[in-house]
Write a protein that binds this ligand. Structure first.
Ligand SMILES: *[C@@H]1O[C@H](CO)[C@@H](O)[C@H](O)[C@H]1NC(C)=O
Ligand SMILES: *[C@@H]1O[C@H](CO)[C@@H](O)[C@H](O)[C@H]1NC(C)=O
Ligand SMILES: *[C@@H]1O[C@H](CO)[C@@H](O)[C@H](O)[C@H]1NC(C)=O
Length: 361
């Protein structure tokens, strides 16, 4: 090493720019300078993992999913266009991380783009959405991330890998399935084992353990996205004669309050942790109450629905479903998920709560 340094000093001025170029290229190859994002979440952030889980009942593998994204073919996103995490990541200047199960995923791609582990049906709890047969719970996603870390350590060495994982941004966005596809369905034992307060505490103690685990694996900058008014998703309304389920909305509010406090507690306890909490509950509730004020025309039914909305709830958007005439005027894309237009608004509000600004604006 010492000899090398001596030689560098003797390199003539003419060769110096070439040396700089070589150093830039080699550090680019090792990826030690790239700052990427790792995303953990459910169908609101899935960018294709469940399409590889062929037994999963939660897949966005058929038209009209993805109709307003790229080529317009289904890409695994449970919406017509971009997810909230896509929009937030774009605005912060991060590359969009490929899905973990992408068969072409390599160490070099991970070093340049990060990884997205989000899986439709995924919950904070392992038992959530077991009816969907296949999905990655948050614990499973963290386990997969552990595998990613081992691959990267082998590729670039422990020290560079530690830096890479400490510099990265972590996005964690889960919780609605723990209610919609667990606590609120009487077929799941959690629904009769816990009171709503007890269940929220159970979610928080689990989430605390999971985020602490991510911190121990190197996560320092982490954003947690809270829940919207779950009681106003079209599925909840259609089961409640068209009205929002107030009791379900209360569950979102208690979850958000506790999750926000959890981030504060973790920041106080974990060295160098910068964990932030963002959500768009109030604004989404206002959009739902006053769609026209925000440029929407419909906030209570899915844009993509079966036989012109006569057969509801239809569990997913299918090629046989019909679409609303103007997708940018609907808040909801299917019975569960917002449209690209609504996600754009949710991203804007969430970033404001997180105290984040777009790069280059
Ligand atoms: C949850 O699942 C993970 C594997 O995905 C397992 O390692 C862990 O022990 C499970 N935790 C509980 C509480 O069941
Ligand atoms: C916290 O940050 C300081 C300054 O960058 C660093 O020296 C220290 O090792 C960090 N501690 C942990 C646990 O990451
Ligand atoms: C949406 O537009 C249709 C047709 O122009 C109109 O009949 C309907 O009242 C509008 N809905 C809202 C919520 O503004």
């Amino acid at each position: 090493m010492c000899n090398l340094k001596m030689e560098h000093k003797n390199v003539s001025m003419a060769l110096a720019p070439l040396m700089v170029l070589v150093i830039l290229i080699s550090s680019g190859e090792r990826g030690s300078s790239a700052v990427v994002q790792f995303i953990f979440g459910d169908s609101l952030s899935d960018v294709g993992n469940n399409n590889y889980l062929t037994k999963s009942l939660a897949r966005a593998a058929l038209p009209w999913y993805g109709i307003d994204f790229g080529s317009g073919m289904p890409n695994g996103r449970f919406t017509n266009g971009r997810t909230v995490a896509d929009i937030v990541g774009d605005r912060l200047g991060y590359p969009r991380p490929p899905p973990f199960l992408d068969t072409s995923l390599t160490e070099d791609m991970i070093l340049e783009q990060g990884v997205n582990y989000a899986s439709g049906g995924g919950g904070i709890l392992n038992e959530t959405a077991s009816l969907f047969i296949q999905r990655f719970s948050l614990y499973k996603q963290i386990e997969l991330f552990q595998g990613t870390q081992e691959m990267i350590r082998m590729k670039i060495g422990r020290e560079a890998a530690d830096k890479f994982f400490k510099d990265a941004l972590y996005t964690v966005a889960l919780g609605s399935n723990d209610f919609i596809n667990n606590f609120l369905l009487p077929i799941y034992p959690d629904s009769y084992t816990y009171s709503s307060v007890g269940f929220n505490n159970y979610l928080m103690s689990t989430l605390k353990a999971q985020l602490t685990m991510l911190h121990s694996m190197g996560a320092r900058r982490l954003m947690f996205f809270g829940l919207g008014p779950m009681g106003c998703i079209p599925l909840q309304r259609v089961l409640n004669s068209g009205e929002c389920q107030k009791s379900t909305n209360k569950l979102s509010l208690s979850f958000n309050k506790a999750a926000s406090k959890l981030m504060d507690d973790l920041n106080a306890k974990l060295p160098n942790a910068s964990f932030s909490f963002g959500e768009a509950y109030d604004v989404v509730q206002d959009v739902i109450n006053n769609p026209v004020k925000y440029g929407f025309n419909n906030s209570d039914s899915p844009c993509c629905t079966f036989v012109k909305g006569k057969i509801r709830p239809s569990l997913t958007c299918t090629p046989l479903s019909s679409l609303c005439t103007d997708r940018s005027k609907y808040v909801f894309w299917d019975e569960y998920h917002p449209t690209d237009a609504a996600n754009e608004l949710i991203a804007t509000v969430t970033m404001k709560k997180l105290g984040l600004k777009s790069v280059g604006t």
